[in-house]
Design a protein around this ligand. Structure first.
Ligand code: HPA
Length: 278
């Protein structure tokens, strides 16, 4: 049997529900609590969706939801395939391409990240203004995909009007959102203090192990993208403590209600402000 394509997966999903959301949200650490705000219409394990890779990291469920945040229809992806798990970039971006084939036009990516900017504290949220791809791989590398550009412009990877909606959502959620540049590494080891000093000199405000492949693939497919990081820890050498996954999870747990509120309010603004689909 031939390998499922994102088009196969999208056609399969269309049979699951008549709901046709324009907005999709990918939940990373610090944001899974948003599911408590979701009025679920359908819940599907990734394992059932043709071609979807199964996340292997504990605490990342691997479920796709059709539902509503407030009045806004959404597709929510709880859990993602990471490059550090050993997946090829094609697998890492499969879900993003499926969303595009499904007809989603706007994508909100969320993640956990370490803070480099001296003004950041653990528990802050940062809206991405731009990124630096230090993963050592580009998700568009490979044979050209028919109908899609290969040399994709990333001058404005993160859409201005979606970013504004995030700041509005932050305001009514009573959250002061930081903004900055996210630098993506492959992981899964954390960085050394020397790497963090180098990344800071390059202009990074936060560092993490996801999001950038999805953002690049989404831009290739013509989706508008917004992204927000939960700063779960100060990066290596900036923090006085050594880094641990436990600290990342602890902070994510501490601020989970803020992350959930931010996403819900963003979705509501999205519906009400009618981002035009041009
Ligand atoms: N580095 C890389 N990825 C991360 C970090 C970090 O400090 N915190 C959460 N994800």
């Amino acid at each position: 049997m031939s390998q499922p394509t994102p088009q196969t997966a999208a056609a399969w999903l269309k049979k699951v529900s008549p709901l046709r959301p324009k907005l999709a949200v990918v939940l990373g650490s610090g944001f899974h609590h948003a599911l408590t705000e979701l009025r679920v219409v359908e819940k599907i394990a990734y394992a059932k969706i043709p071609g979807f890779p199964k996340p292997t990291v504990s605490g990342h469920a691997g479920e796709l939801y059709f539902g509503h945040l407030g009045k806004t229809p959404v597709l929510v992806l709880s859990g993602r395939a990471h490059f550090y798990e050993g997946h090829e970039m094609e697998r890492v971006t499969f879900a993003t391409r499926t969303l595009a084939a499904f007809g989603v036009t706007d994508l909100l990516l969320t993640n956990a990240a370490g803070g480099l900017n001296k003004k950041f504290k653990a528990g802050d949220f940062m809206v991405l203004t731009d990124h630096v791809n230090f993963m050592g791989a580009n998700p568009l590398r490979g044979p050209a995909i028919s109908g899609l550009p290969c040399f994709v412009d990333l001058t404005e990877s993160y859409d201005k009007s979606l970013r504004e909606l995030l700041f509005k959502a932050g305001k009514i959620s009573k959250l002061k959102l930081q903004r900055g540049v996210y630098l993506a590494v492959s992981g899964p080891s954390y960085e050394t203090p020397a790497e963090i000093r180098a990344f800071a000199a390059l202009g990074a405000d936060a560092v993490g192990m996801s999001t950038v492949p999805e953002a690049i693939a989404a831009r290739q497919c013509g989706l508008r993208v917004a992204a927000v990081s939960c700063i779960t820890n100060l990066a290596a050498g900036i923090s006085k403590e050594n880094l641990s996954h436990a600290e990342v999870l602890e902070t994510a747990e501490r601020v989970k209600k803020s992350g959930a509120g931010l996403i819900k309010n963003f979705a509501e603004f999205y519906e009400n402000h009618g981002i035009d689909a041009s």
